[in-house]
Design a protein around this ligand. Structure first.
Ligand code: AMP
Length: 284
């Protein structure tokens, strides 16, 4: 059993630790999370360890990325379980700031990544990606990591982070990892804990729809509207409410009518009041 990671709650103490590591010539990896860790998060730690000497996992349920009617108050939390999992994966530092540490009185600066935030989750969760980009840039500035690893599970979020890093010349290398899934295809998510048994069964329709659309593409179908009709039909029998299903350019996230370049299908749907997302590449 590995000893628990050192927990740092203070931003300045976090920066001092990181400066010390850097001054010894070591490289730092940062995994930003909202906690309630699962194998998807832990795979990001494993990947970071392949590239750096020290891995910092941040655990922060970021209030600015939740809308007023969303699940901020009831978002699942299990700090002691998270610390045990982090230790098992040999990350040494958990950065666990309080909201008041990250957003001091008078906070007034936000990061607005425009193009790739349009539509999809940016459409149904106004302000969400401003909150995400702001907190991630703050975490980058506090920890100053060489590398940061994100999951492709949150495809639009990954695109937002990549755009921010490029546009604002942030000196960090962004890496990504494919989505880690349950045996039936359901993408691991901290929010899966909300699902009732019947909702959990139906939730596999998200990934199954992606697989079915991929099969149609493999058979030669290139028309996005045709692919989306099939996807909507499959989803409509399983979900309680479809938020969106769309096929977009995999790089720009702009809408497409024909699969003539690398593309991605993205879906968001409600099971009861639980909103889940998934996506998959469609590379023709
Ligand atoms: P979260 O705690 O949900 O904000 O996620 C923190 C990081 O873990 C993000 O980079 C997510 O994309 C990533 N992540 C979440 N679920 C998965 C998964 N099933 N597979 C891989 N990465 C994931």
């Amino acid at each position: 059993m590995n000893p628990d990671p050192q927990v740092i709650t203070d931003g300045q103490a976090m920066s001092v630790w990181a400066d010390d590591v850097r001054s010894r010539g070591q490289r730092i990896g940062l995994i930003p999370t909202m906690g309630y860790l699962h194998e998807g998060h832990l795979a990001l730690i494993d990947e970071a360890r392949r590239h750096v000497d020290q891995v910092v996992v941040s655990i922060f349920v970021n209030p600015t990325q939740f809308g007023p009617k969303e699940d901020l108050a009831r978002y699942p939390r299990d700090l002691s379980g998270d610390l045990r999992k982090i230790a098992d994966r040999k990350a040494k530092i958990a950065f666990v700031p309080e909201p008041g540490e990250m957003y001091q009185p008078g906070h007034q600066t936000y990061v607005d990544v425009r193009g790739v935030s349009q539509g999809l989750c940016g459409g149904s969760r106004p302000g969400h990606f401003v909150g995400v980009a702001t907190v991630v840039l703050k975490l980058f500035n506090i920890v100053r990591p060489h590398v940061s690893v994100f999951g492709e599970k949150d495809y639009q979020q990954l695109s937002v982070i990549r755009a921010m890093v490029a546009d604002l010349n942030v000196p960090v290398k962004v890496l990504s990892l494919p989505t880690v899934r349950e045996a039936d295809g359901l993408a691991l998510s901290s929010r899966n804990v909300y699902l009732l048994p019947d909702q959990r069964t139906r939730a596999s329709a998200l990934s199954q729809t992606i697989v079915a659309v991929r099969a149609q593409v493999a058979q030669g179908e290139r028309r996005v509207d045709v692919l989306l009709v099939q996807a909507s039909q499959l989803l409509s029998v399983a979900v309680d409410r479809l938020d969106y299903v769309e096929i977009r350019d995999a790089v720009t996230l702009l809408p497409l009518s024909l699969l003539d370049r690398p593309a991605v299908i993205l879906v968001a749907a409600f099971f009861g009041s639980t909103r889940l997302i998934d996506n998959g590449r469609l590379d023709g």
